[in-house]
Design a protein around this ligand. Sequence first.
Ligand code: FES
Length: 127
Amino acid sequence: MYTNNLLDHFTNPRNAGIISDANGIGTIGDPDCGDFIRIYIRVRNDRLEDVSFEVCGCPAAIATTSILTELARGKTINEAMAIDENDVLKAIGELPQAKVHCSNLGPAALKQAILYYLQNKKSSENS
Ligand code: FES
């Protein structure tokens, strides 16, 4: 079943909520009709100085996204882009096989948030 670490992050999620001055947002899933994860990042000097999340999903999705935000916080953009589901699984310990796909959602949303940030940065540099 679930590890104590997973249960801890499920019952006491870290970095949950919105970053009001986020400069990157990424969403995986559909907030209007199903499970979704939204990641907020605030990047300064090429580093993710803050990371938070909103989630509508199962306990595994909540816990693995909580862990993901801890892994990503303070990382450079390149380091954060490299975080994948294996890093999340390693940090959380074991996950039931049927729930492994839930750990893919957070890293995918984080990559979307970073791409959003990079695209906006490029647009503002070109204008
Ligand atoms: Fe849908 Fe885990 S997020 S089953």
